[in-house]
Design a protein around this ligand. Structure first.
Ligand code: ADP
Ligand code: F6P
Length: 322
């Protein structure tokens, strides 16, 4: 099928670099002679018809900005057949022949459902969690790790002055990818992730005691949000070691800020690839980063993939932080 007009939307949790994808999509499409329609607030905009034509200047001055100029949302209505039909009717009304969806696995499921009903979609991975199985990298991950690292470096100063233990919760939904690499970057004494079962006495208290013997006086413990309550963990550490402990939840600060070079470049490449596919009439695919290459997969296949966890990296992190 010939594609003349494409839509672009951002969906699910925002991630730094989403704007750079939108910029790449708009500029690539226009260079190929396509029209581009911006869809606001994810699938909600498709249902409500909150859709506008974009031009080369609609995406000026956004490559360095966090958040998303298209806004984002979670749309429960889109999961219903009625919501889906409203979305399809608006695609017809606005002449949208294909859509680039920037978001996580949930957004991919929405893209799959639209594709099944005849609107070709291409998924682009945008989430700070790096938890999408079909890709080694998701846009926003690098920026979020750098932001978390900068915050924890500040925390280290006060933790060191007071000779305390800081227990820090980082985001990641049910995954520990963000926690693992941030933990390595800040030299955490211990890193807790949902992928690896842990025992507080053995994996935290004993490690703290061991490092105390060689002279360590302050401690940073990184906890992925999917693991549990950082306040309870801090209390338990204080009770069992006598070291004053504080819990810090970094929260949504990790989702904001100017994207790093890696996120800007990855976003630009992936947006370009998404439009390249749609312009050739190819839909129902997701753009991914594998090894050191941008590739693409069938959307159904992508959603059935499993993502591994790097246990060797996890082991290494604990060997060098003792
Ligand atoms: P993310 O894309 O970051 O994983 P969500 O899981 O919240 O975020 O999904 C974003 C949106 O994608 C949802 O609000 C919904 O509109 C759509 N979506 C999620 N799951 C499905 C599904 N199974 N079928 C259709 N649409 C879905
Ligand atoms: O998926 C990105 C993410 O920031 C997760 O790390 C976190 O669990 C979730 O979104 C938070 O969602 P909300 O913005 O709805 O609080």
């Amino acid at each position: 099928m010939e594609v003349k007009t494409i839509g672009v939307l951002t969906s699910g949790g925002d991630a730094p670099g989403m704007n750079a994808v939108v910029r790449s999509v708009v500029r690539t499409a226009i260079s190929l002679g396509l029209r581009v329609m911006g869809i606001r607030r994810g699938y909600n905009g498709l249902i409500d018809g909150d859709i506008f034509e974009m031009n080369l200047r609609s995406v000026s001055d956004i490559i360095h900005r966090g958040g998303t100029i298209l806004y984002t949302a979670r749309s429960p209505e889109f999961k219903t057949e009625e919501g889906m039909q409203k979305a399809i009717a608006n695609c017809k009304k606005f002449g949208i022949d294909g859509i680039v969806t920037i978001g996580g696995d949930g957004s991919y499921r929405g893209a799959r459902d639209l594709s099944i009903r005849g609107i070709p979609c291409i998924g682009v991975p945008g989430t700070i969690d790096n938890d999408i199985s079909s890709t080694d990298y998701t846009i926003g991950f690098d920026t979020a790790m750098n932001t978390a690292t900068e915050m924890i470096d500040r925390l280290r100063d006060t933790t060191q002055s007071h000779e305390r233990c800081s227990v820090v919760e980082v985001m990641g939904r049910n995954a520990g990818y963000l926690a693992l690499q941030t933990g390595i970057a800040v030299g955490a004494t211990a890193i807790l992730v949902p992928e690896v079962p842990f025992d507080i006495d053995k994996d935290i208290i004993a490690r703290i005691n061991k490092t105390q013997i060689s002279g360590k006086k302050h401690f940073i413990i990184i906890v992925a949000e999917g693991v549990g309550n950082v306040n309870a963990i801090a209390k338990e550490i204080e009770a069992k070691t006598g070291i004053e402990s504080r819990a810090t939840i970094l929260g949504h600060v990790q989702r904001g800020g100017s994207p790093t070079v890696r996120d800007r470049v990855m976003a630009s490449l992936m947006g370009y690839e998404a439009v390249r596919l749609l312009s050739q009439g190819i839909g129902n695919r997701v753009v991914s980063f594998r090894g050191d290459k941008i590739v693409n997969y069938d959307i159904h296949e992508a959603l059935s993939m499993e993502k591994g966890f790097d246990y060797e990296m996890y082991k290494m992190a604990h060997i060098i932080s003792i």
